[in-house]
Structure formats: C-alpha cells, structure tokens
Design a protein around this ligand. Sequence first.
Ligand code: IPM
Ligand code: MG
Length: 356
Amino acid sequence: MEKTIAIIRGDGIGPEIMAQALAVLDVVANKFGHTFRYEEAPMGGNAIDAFGVPLPESSLKTCLASDSALLSAIGGPKWDTIDPAIRPEKGLLALRAGMGLYANLRPSKLIPQLKEASPLRADIVERGIDFMVVRELIGGAYFGEHKTYQRNGEEAASDVMAYSQHEIERIVRVGFDTAMKRSKRLCSVDKANVLDSSKLWRKIVNRIAEEYPEVEVRHMYVDNCSMQIVRDPSQFDVIVTENLFGDILSDEASQITGSIGMIPSSALGEGTRGLYEPIHGSAPDIAGQDLANPIGMILAAAMMLRYSLGMPAEADAIETAVNKTLESGLRTGDIMEPGKTKVGCAAMGQAIAAAV
Ligand code: IPM
Ligand code: MG
C-alpha cells in the first residue's frame, strides 16, 4: 500500500522522538512492502518562528490531504510570553478543529515490565490498570467564548463551556462503541450536580444507553472520578467525558501507570483520518540531549497504522518490538530501574527498529 502521512515534528524533544518513529515506520514499510510518503506540516512554536503563526494554512491543508497525521509535541518556554492569540497551543486546537477530530482516545494501561514505576501502592497496582479515556476534543470550555473584561471597576474573565446535543451524541457514541470492543463497561463523567452542560450530557448518555443494552453504564462526578482513579483504577474500562474534564483526568490516568512517556493517543473524527501523538509534552528541559523516551511516539505511529491506515499486523509488529526491547532490559532515563541498561532516545529507537 501507499500512504501519505503528515508529519508534525513539533518543539522541544519533538523532532528527536519523531525521527525515531519515522525510522521505525521505514523498517515497517520495508518489511511489509508499503510506501509511506512523509509530508512536513509545521505547527507549534517552530511554526511561529518560521511563519508567524502556530498553524500555517498550508500545514492544515497538508494534514487534510493526508491519510493520517502524526504529531510529536509542541510548546515551550520560548513562546510562553508571546501574544496569547498565537501561542503554540492555539495551533494544536486549530488543527484538531480544522480536521474535525472530536474524539480523543487516551489509553491508561500498566505495562507489566514497568509496574514498579507506578506511584500507586503495590496492592492497588496488582489489581490492574487498563482503561480508556474517551475525551471530547473540539467543544466545551476550550472552544466557547473567551473574554477578559472590566466588571465593577476590576478585571474579570470568563470562558463559556457550551455543548450542543449533536456534539455530545457523537462523542458518547464513540464511548459506547469503544466499550463494546472492550469489557462493555462505560463510566460517563460529568458535574451534573452543578453544570447545565453536564445535565444535558447525562440526559443524552441515558438516551443513547438504550441503543446499547449490553453496555453497563454508570455516571460519576468528575471530582469523585479523579479520586477513584487513584483509589482503585481497576474499576474502570471506558470513561467518556467532555473536553476539559478529559484533559485533566487523562493526565492523572497516564501518570498512575508510571510511564507517561510510553502512552500514545488518537484523535479521530468522521472518517479514518486521525491525528496521533504521544500524550506527553515537549519536555523543553531535556530537548536536544538525546534523553527523551521515544516509545510513546513510536506507539502513536503503531496506533495510526492500526486505526487509520488499516494495518493491524504492522501495528502488532511495532508493539511486539517495543515489548521485546523492554524485555531485553533497555530503559530511557524516565523509566530506568536498578539492573537495567540506560540508553538514550536514538539508541532506544534503533533497538526497536531492529526488533521489528
Ligand atoms: C493535551 C494538552 C493540550 C490540551 C494543550 C497543549 C492545549 O494538554 O493534549 O492534553 O489541553 O488539550
Ligand atoms: Mg492535557
């Protein structure tokens, strides 16, 4: 097969980890007889430097013309003080919206070889961690009206968290469909004791639940959910929630696995084209030092092969190679343990590519 992949190399450690993911993809292409065409789509701080905007129109076009897009991570202190209207994050939000990617799937799964790295108590970890956060990605407070203004002689600010019925319905369906492919337990997270947008959310979840009689549904307030994630994560299979809650809960959900550098995520809309990225940030503090863990990025590439490019065997090959490499004892600094071999970003990537 021939596939075009939009490549967003990003900022900070982004270019280093992307280089490793592309090296792995090249090996996969070779082994399985595919051609991957990489089209550069600058976005984030580097795009601000080069083009004056975080998402040049040409980059969005490139992504929309591709079979799928692969992103590393964006942002950094260099752009923290610039005009908020063109911050790197704006590029990411505009890309998600421009590609219509309303469904963000973020797995939280304990990798057995790394269970010592979890910050949770051993008896909690023993019960297992394996759930998926399905986060709404292009609505809610992120995309409502943002305003800073004067009120009673002082500065005030507001951000509107608005959801229309169809926006809730489509993401809730993704939640149910995801639950159907897993162990059929869905937890919908909201703040329906306070927020109208959550009351509507809950009403729609209950209505759509009737279409999925096999799925066991429960509702949980977001504050309780954040507590339950650390108290007993084994209770969760699929969590579906709105944008801001999902942003917060998915960071918590990844951290408890002890290996935020290892987790990929997907963002999808109506078609098969998606945006795949590791869930960690651009880690400017270790950029350019060959210290980053490229595994989250490499697994994001695998996820892309599986969900957007229809290449499950190829995705399996990458995931198996990652496991083998960890089995062999190689570790980057973030997941280093006594008795293992510490390697840099490039060596880890090369070992995985070789294992494919
Ligand atoms: C994420 C990030 C982004 C978000 C930021 C960089 C805008 O935290 O992907 O979770 O809040 O969605
Ligand atoms: Mg986040």
